[in-house]
Design a protein around this ligand. Structure first.
Ligand code: ADP
Length: 329
């Protein structure tokens, strides 16, 4: 059973031959408009992987809010997750160019209004969850309250601090599993004053350049700076730090044992939006099921790869059967 501190973003995405430059306007070749948000993606992905999922998610009072309920329903998530505020619903606009590179801006709107009181109203569900998941499209106050409740009840927590802002010490202290991408790791390193941690790609080949093209896990040398950063972060709370780097795979830095690198699966990436959310959900569900760390990293990587192979996120988040088939292939 998972509890997701979700977020809702009405997401517009356009496919363009190259990302627009300042002052430029371009014709797009494809357009998607879908229910999104990092927190909704986490909840939908975990549900599709077979987990029992509950959570909380804020929408506003404008027409965009109407997207949320059908999206929850379609994903098999409880309608009771929704909280309505007198505000604008969160919205995002993104561009993806032909090689999968993307950029986007997100307006958080109602997501910012989830507060400690809204969280306390769901305390029973939070303390009953095996794992409580959060991301950074909601307020520090909401995350801090939920993580405090979870840890007091002896539950585990997973934080994906994206879009990045500094992590308040109280939240980091109550985080068991921290999942960040390489860019976020660099920002955390700068904050923590660990200079070398900014070059995590060293020595780790990109999946697309892999000579063997194999799809197996490999333990490779990882960057000293990155390991130092992970140790520094673990000293402030988490017992597991996972750093993802797109087609460069991901490395887990657990307390008390050696780092574990999981190569990315070499797939034809179309749109990597949502890959990080899918990775975090795959990792979370596998760990909540009691699977080993290497197995959970494989699940995460499979989910990330499957999302990267499709344009859009919501419909691209894979089900359990798709992940199992992908891992068996
Ligand atoms: P974020 O979306 O947070 O930046 P990443 O881009 O690091 O996250 O992706 C998370 C994980 O998803 C990666 O560690 C990898 O396993 C998988 N993934 C992402 N992009 C690709 C890709 N182009 N090919 C294969 N797997 C990918």
């Amino acid at each position: 059973r998972l509890f997701v501190l979700a977020s809702f973003i009405a997401a517009s995405a356009m496919r363009v031959s190259r990302l627009p430059e300042p002052g430029q306007s371009l014709a797009a070749s494809a357009y998607t408009f879908e229910a999104g948000g990092k927190g909704l993606n986490l909840a939908v992905a975990a549900r599709r992987l077979g987990a029992a999922v509950d959570g909380i998610m804020a929408v506003g009072s404008d027409p965009l809010a109407a997207l949320a309920e059908p999206a929850l329903h379609r994903a098999g998530l409880p309608g009771g997750m929704l909280r309505r505020f007198e505000a604008q619903t969160g919205a995002g606009i993104g561009f993806t160019q032909d090689d999968g590179e993307n950029c986007l801006a997100v307006f958080l709107g109602a997501n910012r209004l989830l507060d400690g009181a809204a969280i306390r109203a769901r305390a029973a569900a939070i303390t009953a969850a095996d794992l409580v998941l959060a991301q950074f499209e909601i307020s520090d106050a909401a995350i801090a309250e939920a993580f405090r409740l979870a840890r007091e009840a002896g539950r585990r927590t997973l934080l994906n601090p994206s879009p990045f802002r500094p992590i308040p010490p109280a939240i980091l202290r109550d985080t068991a599993i921290l999942v960040v991408n390489a860019g976020e790791a660099r920002l955390l390193a700068a904050e923590a004053g660990i200079p070398e941690a900014g070059t995590p790609e060293t020595g780790i080949p990109e999946a697309g350049n892999s000579e063997t093209g194999n799809r197996e896990t490999g333990n490779r040398e990882t960057c000293d700076g990155e390991a130092a950063l992970a140790a520094g972060l673990r000293a402030r709370g988490p017992d597991l730090v996972v750093i993802t780097r797109g087609a460069g795979g991901a490395t887990a830095y657990p307390a008390g044992s050696a780092p574990h690198h999981q190569a990315a699966f070499p797939v034809a990436a179309v749109d990597t939006l949502g890959a990080g959310d899918a990775f975090a959900a795959g990792l979370a569900v596998a760990l909540a099921e009691g699977r080993s760390l290497p197995e959970a990293m494989r699940w995460g990587a499979a989910c990330g790869a499957l999302v990267a192979m499709q344009l859009g996120v919501f419909d691209a988040l894979p089900g359990r059967a798709a992940v199992a088939a992908f891992l068996d292939a």
